[in-house]
Design a protein around this ligand. Structure first.
Ligand SMILES: Cc1ncc(COP(=O)(O)O)c(C=O)c1O
Length: 484
């Protein structure tokens, strides 16, 4: 028989008022982590009612507010930390990550400069050393921590722009972009929209040309060579280490040598794929990684840090900090450390996310990280193997890392299977379009996802696929052959 506190949890009253506020949250956290739940929001329609209403004139008690928030969470959160959560590229949160992130909130450091947080600054320096070693990057590579891969892309690409224009005798910080020499940008066709967004923000939007990709989504190095040969002005090439749809890795060594032969800068968006470098067996799939000039990735994807944690890395400290550096009379920047965290990113104030990153790296070590990566990659291969045996299901690209890309029919059918899977709560997957065709992506990025999740997901998937009407079944609006 549950004790009174257990009973209240079972009744959904999960915030005990006889504990103080922080203990109550710890209590709820245990309940949350131990309670299996469907991989979809339970009742998002209630959110407006639970969170909305007038701004209170007088505040509420702490427990009242906390209980309301927990109720809203239980109604409207997507359990993205579940081992059957495969949508977008959403990792979970390792327990050590959650615990250390609580400390980040508790200590509430402003991780801008050494003076505002020696703790965060030194932790960030250590993470820089550790990650440069883990990823096998050139000695002297510097790191900035950001809110995500998009802002990491922004930091890296602004360094690329700085350096390329400087080489043409143009100082963008002083002279701006209005009459600057051209900088050509070459990206793969499968480049994530985040990089394109940053290029637009940097005033380079009109100067982007797309390089063809091969059948598996990898950048075509011959086409890159052609475009680079006729590209005016400076050159920035953006390549992918793990494309979002299928996990393909561009031919990095070839791309690096072509880019550098033209005096260009190679930036790699390695939002999640970068972590495969931790595995001694998978590292060869990223061959040439270390030859780039800058890299962006996320902790909150495959490393399974809690949200959020973006990482910008640059082999050229000078343009990197020249692009970001600024001063203000009131800011006590540090003589002691040479540079402050805010010099290597766009954000000034930010939470001390280095502490969470440090805690995960310290706890897992290289081997622990490699085990997560290898477990997920094996699960992705297993899932692909189980699904592609089914007539009518095609694997659209080889499983390079942890992404599985499948075609199961026309768009309507694809949507129906996705909806059946997601509304049933057995797993969460997301649709996409691949070379003009409807497809489903399965991203195995949660630290707990292994063989068991692959098998359970394959059987739920096959059931949804077999039970649903086919593309030309009555009642389906799919357009069969000969349809108008
Ligand atoms: C390859 C790639 N780059 C960049 C991003 C953007 O990352 P963030 O949402 O952390 O800004 C994503 C997100 O899924 C991605 O898959």
């Amino acid at each position: 028989m549950p004790d009174s506190r257990g009973q209240r949890i079972a009744d959904g009253h999960v915030i005990p008022e006889d504990l103080d506020l922080l203990e109550s949250v710890a209590h709820y956290a245990r309940f949350f982590l131990e309670t299996p739940r469907p991989v979809h929001p339970r009742d998002p329609e209630r959110l407006g009612q639970l969170l909305g209403g007038e701004l209170p004139e007088e505040g509420n008690g702490e427990h009242v507010t906390l209980r309301r928030l927990v109720e809203a969470g239980e109604s409207g959160l997507l359990p993205s930390g579940d081992s059957h959560s495969f949508g977008y590229v959403v990792g979970g949160a390792l327990p050590i990550g959650i615990a250390s992130d609580w400390l980040v909130s508790l200590w509430d450091q402003c991780a801008a400069v050494y003076e505002t947080s020696p703790l965060a600054t030194v932790a960030e320096q250590v993470c820089e050393e550790w990650l440069v070693e883990l990823f096998g990057l050139p000695t002297g590579t510097v790191m900035g921590l950001t809110s995500g891969c998009t802002t990491a892309n922004l930091a890296c690409l602004s360094a690329a722009r700085q350096q390329q224009l400087h080489a043409l005798g143009w100082e963008v910080n002083e002279q701006g972009m209005r009459q600057s020499p051209p900088v050509s940008v070459l990206t793969g066709r499968n480049t994530h929209a985040s990089g394109l967004r940053c290029l637009r923000l940097l005033g380079l939007g009109g100067q982007i040309a797309q390089v063809d990709s091969d059948a598996d989504g990898r950048m075509d190095a011959h086409h890159l060579a052609e475009l680079a040969a006729s590209a005016p002005g400076g050159l920035i090439v953006c390549a992918q280490v793990g494309s979002t749809d299928c996990g393909s890795v561009d031919p990095l060594a070839e791309i690096a040598s072509l880019t550098h032969a033209h005096g260009g800068w190679l930036h790699l968006d390695a939002a999640y794929g970068m972590w495969a470098a931790a595995s001694r067996t998978l590292r060869s799939r990223l061959s040439g990684l270390e030859l780039a000039d800058s890299w962006s990735c996320d902790g909150h994807k495959w490393l399974n840090t809690p949200y959020d944690c973006g990482i910008a890395l640059c082999a050229h400290p000078e343009p990197f900090s020249d692009a970001e550096r600024f001063s203000a009379d009131y800011l006590q920047t540090s003589e002691r450390t040479g540079s402050d965290p805010m010099d290597r990113r766009v954000e000034i104030s930010q939470r001390a996310r280095a502490l969470t990153l440090w805690a995960i790296l310290h706890h897992e070590g290289r081997d622990g990280i490699a085990r997560i990566i290898e477990r997920n990659c094996s699960a992705a291969s297993e899932l692909a193997h189980l699904l592609e045996k089914e007539p009518g299901i095609d694997l659209l690209a080889p499983v390079t890392l942890n992404q599985v890309l499948l075609r199961i029919g026309e768009e309507d059918r694809t949507r129906r299977v996705v909806d059946t899977l997601n509304s049933g709560g057995a797993c969460w997957v997301t649709p996409t379009t691949w070379k003009g065709q409807a497809a489903i992506r399965i991203s195995v990025s949660n630290w707990q996802s292994g063989r068991e999740s692959a098998e359970a997901t394959a059987s739920a998937f096959l059931q949804a696929y077999r039970d649903g009407p086919g593309d030309d079944a009555p009642g389906s609006d799919a357009r069969g052959p000969g349809a108008a």
